[in-house]
Every structure is written in C-alpha cells, then in structure tokens.
Design a protein around this ligand. Structure first.
Ligand SMILES: Cc1ncc(COP(=O)(O)O)c(C=O)c1O
Length: 465
C-alpha cells in the first residue's frame, strides 16, 4: 500500500502510527506530533499535498531549498538514467556529471574556482574550515592560523564544528563545550543593532569589529572569516551595502580567507545567482547546497578559489592534497540532477524572476501589512523575506513568542506554510519566507492575504478580543 493524492484516512492513520512508533524527528516535539502532523504525499510547483487531501502553498520551499519548485519529473528520469549507467564510484576517480557540474559552477563564478563535492550544507562548511586551516599550514609555515571568525546569530550547520561556528546560543547550549577555534563578532542585524547604533552614523562598526577581533586574537592565529551574505535564519538580515566590501578588505589586509556561506542565498534565492554578487565581493571559499539541486537529492559543494586549490598541489609525497573524503561526494546521480537543475535555473531565468517576483511580494506585503502596529519591519532581497513582529514600533520589543508562533500556525491552518526565525530571546520574532522561485503572482497574493489575516488575528489576541 502506498499513499497517493486520493485521501485515504485509514492508510494515513497507519503511517502516522508507524512513524510515531519508529521515527525520531528533527526539531519538533514528538508530543506535538501526536496531536497534529503533516504526512506529505506529493507536490507540484509551489504546492504540497497532505495525505488527507489538504493542499499547502509552501512559502518556505521546504527548508529554503526547492528553488525550481516541486514536481519536475525530468529530474527523476535523469537520476534513473544515471543510476542505470553507473550509480556510484568514489570521487578519487572522475565521472562525467560531476566534472560537468564543477565546470558549470566555475562558469557561474566567472572562472578561477574548483569544486569539492559533499552531501549537505554542513559538510560544505566543515570542508571549508578544514581547507582554510590546511591552506594556512601550507602558506604560513611557522604561524598557527586555525581560527574562524563568525557572527553571533549566524547559522552554518548542524555538525559540532558548524554549530560552534554558528552563533545561535539556544541551538548550541545542549552540546557545549566546543573548542575555542571559533571567535564571534556582532552581526549586521540593523533593525536590532547589537552595538546600539544606527546606520549610517554607525560607520558600519560591526564590520570594523572584525578587524579589532583579528588584531585582538593575533592575525597569525586567524585562518578565515565566515559570512552568510544575507543572514537567513536570524530573520533575513540584509547588511548595509558597505558591510561585505569592508569585510573583504579586512580579510585581504590580514591575509585571512573569506569563506562565504551561500547554502540558502545561492542559486537565485536573493535575485542574483549568488547572494555575494549583490556586493561584488570575491569569496576564497564558498559553501553551497540546497538550491544547487533544489533538494531533489542530497548534494553540497565547497568551491575554492584557485589560489586555495593551487596550495593543495605538489608531488604525491608532499602530502599537500585534500586530506578528507566523503563517501558520497561527487555522486554521479546527484551531480547529473544538479546539472539539469542549474540549466533550468538559467533557462527559466529564475534568479531574475526571484528579483521581480520578490519585489512584487515585498510591495504587496508593505502595502497590506504595515497597517498592523505589530509589524516592525519588512525586509529582504529577491524571494528571501522576513516580517519582524513587535509589541509596538517605538519600543521594538519582540512580540510575545506564542503570538509569533500563532501567526505561523494560523497560516498553516489556512493552507500556507511560512517559517519563523531562530535566534533565541533576541531574534525569534520574525516570520520568514523563501518560496520556490517559480511562485506565481496569484500565489503571492494568497500569501499576502493569509498573512494579513494571521497578523490581524495576533493583534486581536493581544488585545484580548
Ligand atoms: C546558511 C546555512 N548554512 C548551512 C546550513 C546547513 O545545511 P544542511 O542542513 O544541508 O547541513 C544551513 C541549513 O539550513 C544554512 O541555512
């Protein structure tokens, strides 16, 4: 028996029981799952179907990842065809789709890069940390450059090192202590400036803090700085235009590598192929996943500038090669699907569409939602957007958590899936959206309409109505 689009309550109930008895889910509390669950069975475009026949407009593209939208059957055919030819072989050998994909990525970066393939964004960043350290060992003999500077409230993945690099205390606290190799600086979360300043009179002090930190730690101990161009998880924090060029200049000044996390920002999400391209910076190391394959299969990559790649060259006996392997890295089926995914992004001009549809959505959200006094800020770029909810605009006090969650739940009960930022006490009050880049105008209208009602409901609840 399998679940199909035809609602089958008995079969759905059986799957729920089987799941609850056997699966350990991420993030959600199982007690809550006993009361209410989603059992997804199919999806098309921006719509996901539950086994009970409910359709949801997925304004999160899964977990910020199904960029080209659901239901592209040609990708299933490509994976099947590749598996029939050769399903797997370790990537110490070469294979055609992975070579093709690396060439595509290099072209998208304007040339001068090599790609190392992994299976997820976390692994892509992990490999990036290791490459930065290995590069430093080769290029700065006698120094001990091992530290990564990252920002508070960043999210870079779920493994111990990527968690340590991240700056979300509430996600880290149960797994501490970590080593001391990740040093944090304030993030460019301008609506709630951690330095209590205001742009532009702040002179982008948060970027300057990176230089202070490099000097304080000792440049001879710092291997790299990691940034996500637009910080997604904390509630879509778009930095001031000077920020990333300033960070890059500081990195260059101290020979520190610039590691850019494009796991969410990449592949059209922000209205350009990569988020950093809005600011003209040039990553030394770049982590990608999610949109590289629109989540049709697991795939990530660590893309390194040729100066890093060349540091790994030498005679076999020199031991300069990459000292790690991911069994599934360069998986031919995943690579073949990613190649077609990128072709679709280019053919359908989905980065450009993200820019124009994002502007449409942003205008609609501002036009309809700013009438609610609890909407503090609406921000984003392309189809990466956030609505920060506050008690009132003057105090900017975060809206009570249960009311923020209430907006997410109201949307879901009315057929629309939106997300909520992470970031503990300070930053978990933003509704986040990252829909498939093929979302239509009428779907954007539905999203705006449902959010309007959801926020009105929160206002009424707050007033005790
Ligand atoms: C910015 C960023 N980097 C890295 C990751 C980790 O990716 P993954 O969950 O594929 O390991 C995520 C996941 O959401 C992310 O948002």
């Amino acid at each position: 028996m399998s679940l199909t689009n035809t609602p089958d309550p008995a079969e759905r109930a059986r799957v729920v029981a089987q799941d609850l008895e056997n699966v350990l889910h991420p993030l959600v509390q199982h007690r809550a799952l006993e009361q209410k669950q989603m059992v997804v069975v199919s999806a098309q475009g921006s719509t996901v179907m539950d086994a009970d026949g409910t359709a949801f407009l997925d304004a999160m593209a899964g977990l910020w990842c199904v960029n080209i939208g659901y239901g592209r059957h040609e990708l299933a055919d490509i994976a099947a065809e590749q598996m029939r030819a050769i399903a797997y072989f370790p990537h110490s050998a070469m294979n055609l789709p992975a070579a093709q994909l690396a060439e595509q990525l290099n072209t998208l970066m304007g040339g001068g890069y090599h790609s190392y393939f992994v299976n997820s964004g976390s692994e892509a960043n992990e490999a990036g940390f290791k490459f930065a350290r290995q590069y430093a060992k080769h290029e700065f003999p006698g120094e001990f450059r091992f530290k990564t500077i990252s920002r508070y409230y960043a999210y870079h993945g779920t493994t111990l090192s990527t968690l340590a690099a991240g700056g979300m205390g509430d996600r880290k606290i149960k797994f501490e202590p970590f080593g001391g190799e990740f040093v944090h600086v304030p993030a460019p979360t301008c609506y709630r400036c951690p330095l209590g300043l205001e742009y532009p009179s702040c002179k982008v002090a948060c970027a300057q803090a990176i230089e202070t930190t490099i000097l304080g730690e000792g440049p001879q101990t710092v291997a790299e700085v990691i940034v996500e161009p637009i910080m997604s998880g904390v509630g879509v924090a778009v930095p001031p235009d000077e920020y990333l060029p300033m960070v890059e200049a500081i990195c260059r000044k101290y020979d520190v590598l610039l590691h850019v996390d494009e796991v969410i920002n990449g592949f059209g999400r922000t209205g350009r192929m990569f988020g950093h391209q809005h600011w003209g910076i040039s990553p030394d190391i770049m982590a990608v996943a999610k949109g590289i394959i629109s989540a049709y299969l697991p795939l990530g990559a660590t893309i390194v500038k040729n100066k890093v790649f060349e540091s790994f060259l030498g005679a076999p006996a020199d031991g300069r090669q990459v000292f790690q392997v991911n069994t599934y890295g360069g998986h031919p089926a995943a690579a073949a699907v990613a190649v077609r995914n990128i072709e679709i992004l280019l053919e359908e001009q989905l980065a450009e569409r993200s820019a124009s549809m994002g502007a449409y959505l942003m205008d609609g959200l501002k036009g309809r939602l700013m009438k609610h006094g609890i909407v503090g800020d609406i921000r984003g770029k392309g189809l990466l957007l956030g609505i920060e909810l506050v008690v009132d605009r003057q105090s900017k006090t975060q809206l009570e958590g249960h009311l923020v969650q209430g907006v997410v739940d109201f949307c879901r009960e009315n057929g629309v899936l939106v997300g909520r930022s992470g970031g503990g006490v300070r930053h978990s009050n933003t509704i986040v959206m990252s829909p498939p880049l093929i979302i239509t105008r009428s779907e954007c209208d539905t999203l705006i309409d449902v959010l309007d009602k959801a926020i009105a409901d929160a206002v009424a609840k707050r007033a005790g109505a």
